[in-house]
Every structure is written in C-alpha cells, then in structure tokens.
Unconditional design. Sequence first.
Length: 452
Amino acid sequence: MSSALMNARVAVIGGGWSGAAAAWHLHHARPGQGARWTWFETAPQLGGRARRLKPDSPLDNGQHIMIGAYRESLALIRSLRQAVLGEDEVRHPLFQRLPLTLLDPQGDGLVLPPGHPLLAFGRAMWSHPTWQLRDKLSLARWSVAQALRGFDCPPELSVDELCAGLTRTIRKELVEPLCVAALNTPSSQACAVTFLQVLKDGLFGGSGASDLLIPRVSLGAVLPEPLQHWCGQVQADLRLSTRVQSLSPPRQGQPWLVNGEPFDAVILACSAVEAARLCQDFAPDWARTAAQFRYEPIATAYFHAPVRKAWPAPMLALQETPECPAQFAFLLREHPLPPPWQAKGHQWFSLVASGASGWVHRGQDVLGKACIQQVQQQMRHLVATPQLQLAHLIVEKRATFRCTPMLDRPPSRIARGLWAAGDYVEGRYPATLEGAVRSGRAAASALIAELS
Ligand SMILES: Cc1cc2nc3c(=O)[nH]c(=O)nc-3n(C[C@H](O)[C@H](O)[C@H](O)COP(=O)(O)OP(=O)(O)OC[C@H]3O[C@@H](n4cnc5c(N)ncnc54)[C@H](O)[C@@H]3O)c2cc1C
C-alpha cells in the first residue's frame, strides 16, 4: 500500500446505501490501518431512503424489495453481518426468497418454476392460465427478437414504443407492472434501454437472478443498523446529525475543506440535489447535470387487519385503475405489531403506488382513501376489511429519478480527489439499492486507485 493512501484522510458525505458501500470498501482497502475516513450524515441514523421509519418501528421509510441479481448489495449485507453478528446469525434469512411471481389477489398470473430463469420464464409463459395463444405467441416472438438483438435498442425508445408489438394483455399484465416496479417510471415515459438491461440481468444473470427477495425484517436491521454497530467496532469517525454545508476545493496545495475541516479526498454520496449544491461553484458543468433530474414519487400505505385466508403469494400484483393507485401489495407476516393488535390476529401488509405523481398532486387524504378503497375492492376476500386500519401513509416525493430515454447522468469523477456515488450516477442500473451500492464501491475503488 502506498504511503499516500495510508496517510490520506477521506470524507464520505451521505449515509445511504451508496455511502455505506463506499465506507465499507475504503475501510477494507487499508486493513489494519484503522479508520482514516470520516463519515457525515445529516440524519440521526444511517440508511438514507432505505431505512427504518422510526427507531422503534417495525416498518420502513417505504416498502422495498430486492432481486437475486442484486449481487453486490447481497454480498455487502452478508460481509457486514458476518463482521458484526458472526456466522450463526447470518444464517437467519433476512429475506423471503421466491421465484419471480406476478399473481393477482385471486391467485392467477405468472409464477416462474425453479430452474434457469430463461427456461423458467418460457415455461411460466406457456402455462399461464388466462393468457390467450396470441398473447403467448406475441411475447415469445418479442422475447426472441430482443435476445437476438442482445437486449439492446435505439436509445430514444420508450418502453411503450419498444413493446408496441405485444398484445394489450401482455403490456397491461406484464410490461407495465414490471416497468413501474423496476424503473419507477410509467412505461409511456420509461427508458427502453434500461428496461432491457433489467430484463437481461434477471433472465441471463444465472440461477436465482430473477428471484424476488422480500425483507422479513425492517431494512434498518438488514444494513444501516449493523453498519452503525460496525462503525463503533472499528472506531470509525461517524458524524450523524451533521449536514455538510460547504465543500471547498484544494487551493495552492491545500486539501479539500469539508465544513472547513481538511481532507485529502472526498466521496460525495448525498442526493444529486445536494451534490449539485456543494459543487456548483467549482464544477458547474457537473453540478448542472446532477441538478437536471426529474423525480417520481412512491407512496407506501401500511395497513393492518386480520387475514381472512392465506395469500396466494407474499407479493401480489394489483390492478391499477384511475380510482386505484397501487400496483403491488406485500404481506409482512413477520413484522411485529403492538400487543393489542397482535391479540386480535392482525397482520401488517403494505400497498405500493410507484410513479405516483398524479396521486401526490391530489393530496395525501385522497390517496389514503383511494388505497383503502382499493383494498376493499380487490382484496376483501384476503383481509377482513371491516377491521382494516391504515396505520401509515408514506409519500417519498423524490423516491427515484424519472428514468427516461437518453437521460444524461453525471459521471462519478467530479475533480481530482472528488468522486460522486449514488443511485443517480452514470451506470446501467435504474435508481435502486443495487445501483447505489455499485456506485459506492466504484467511487471508493477509483479514489483508492487515484491515491495509490
Ligand atoms: C419509497 C421507496 C421505495 C423504493 N423501493 C425500492 C425497491 O424496492 N428496490 C430498490 O432497489 N430500490 C428502491 N428504492 C430506491 C432506493 O431506496 C434508492 O435507490 C437508494 O436507497 C439510494 O441510495 P443512495 O445512497 O444513492 O441515496 P440516499 O439513500 O438518498 O442517501 C443519501 C444520504 O445523504 C444524506 N445527505 C444529503 N445531503 C447531505 C449533506 N449535505 N451532508 C450530509 N449528509 C447528506 C441524506 O440524509 C441521505 O441519508 C426505493 C426508494 C423509495 C424512496
């Protein structure tokens, strides 16, 4: 290891999943050297957009799922939990893992059987109970055409344009829900290149790549809380509740200044808006690109009620209509409820409305009532609707950037000694946990290479 790297002081700004990956990789690049990095986070806890709602809550800031293809996030979670909790507790599964399943509340729909995702997809498609032969043929033809083109297409295409040859049923029941779940952008506006990339990773990413991973516990317990514990173990300089107000570039051989404090290098793992604010004076072009994103909200309605009968799957595809905002429902069977509700046999479940800008404009009250109505209309055979309780309605207005065609995403390198990490940074992933983790690791590796 070079002495420049051994002696360097590095600041990581932002404690979301990208900052977590950056801090973890910085630390492991210098084994035995102690923590020479300082980690700033505005909030009183780590986790950013993917964290526990409140310290004592079993729920999250918004319902999240992962897929088997999220290899770097899963590897980070595994390594961290091994370091903090030891081997045995790592065996306790944090996620409910199931093959890609798009069942409606009646139990009809797509279920991938075990095996290679591509073959499983073909079998699931042919055995689908309600699709007509012409639906299946259109999907088969389309899939072969995409595979022959290497899952690539002209950059200006939207997902709707890419899928124009598919039947209406396939677009409604498969493309639209997958698109909004993966890209949080309606298919009429979503980037076809990114959509194909997600499909390719799921279908060609090897065994288990398309599996759904639904957290059994709060996401806080999956990564941010063990991470905070680990920071204590390695005596990291973690500064929670500390917003970075100013970042000044090196002048005349001086180091970077973060809130006036000197650092040799900086990883900016905060939001694109904050990164643009901090860099606008010395990297105006980069800041302009980072500031131009448009965002899509995600609303999560957390309910509890007695469950009438077993759900066909823990994740159900709902019908989104002009009156019904949500595309998915999740049964959170293992999330504890306060004792009075537990005694009454209630269980948590959530409804998720992605790409929900239209609903957000109509206000939380209207949205909450629409979610209740959707449960009453589409799920009344699964939950006892007279006892239904809407416990929390969480609207994240800037949940993810709107993933549109030809989107200009800023590169990770901003200046010498300054690298950006975050789900918005240039890369082949949409705004996801995996995109964030990959960019954090990449920024740390690039910075280490620069200092070495
Ligand atoms: C409701 C919802 C549902 C989602 N569902 C999914 C899903 O199912 N699957 C999936 O893969 N992804 C999902 N996502 C997206 C995923 O949460 C994000 O892509 C990921 O968390 C982004 O991590 P990040 O580190 O890039 O950014 P963030 O999580 O935004 O982290 C940035 C951090 O920087 C801090 N910060 C900002 N400014 C400063 C400053 N000046 N000084 C110090 N700290 C600062 C912030 O407080 C924050 O903690 C969802 C997002 C939301 C909101």
